[in-house]
Design a protein around this ligand. Structure first.
Ligand code: 5GP
Ligand code: ZN
Length: 109
């Protein structure tokens, strides 16, 4: 938990967000400025700045993020039509919130 990190504050309930899923490892909430009909963020509870800061011991976290994304896509009925999963990495990669998160976007068709 980093006290100046917005996503840590959301995870700990100190800042609001529209949660759609939570388990021991990850939370999923709606992006406040959706760029698609479905735009969700899959966020590990552990504070990791970006993909660059992942370590060997974070393998389980990364796989949990991807498997959760798959399940959440199914629940949102966009599995068959399709969706995008992406990480923005550091400023040049468009990252604005420096707590690792996987974008799940879709719902266009
Ligand atoms: P990034 O650019 O870091 O990959 O993505 C950060 C995402 O977080 C953006 O899509 C942005 O709309 C979203 N975001 C920024 N502030 C908030 C917030 O306070 N609550 C929620 N739910 N999403 C946020
Ligand atoms: Zn954080």
């Amino acid at each position: 938990m980093e006290k100046n990190c917005l996503f840590c504050r959301i995870i700990s309930g100190q800042a609001p967000a529209e949660f759609v899923y939570e388990n021991d490892v990850v939370v999923v909430f709606k992006d406040i400025y959706p760029k698609a009909p479905v735009h969700l963020l899959i966020v590990p509870k552990k504070h990791i700045r970006s993909i660059n800061e992942l370590s060997e011991t974070d393998r389980e976290i990364v796989s949990e993020m991807i498997l959760t994304a798959k399940e959440i896509a199914k629940k949102n009925l966009i599995s068959t039509t399709g969706y995008k999963l992406f990480f923005n990495v550091e400023r040049g990669g468009g990252q604005e919130i420096f707590h690792l998160h996987l974008h799940l976007i879709g719902g266009w068709i």
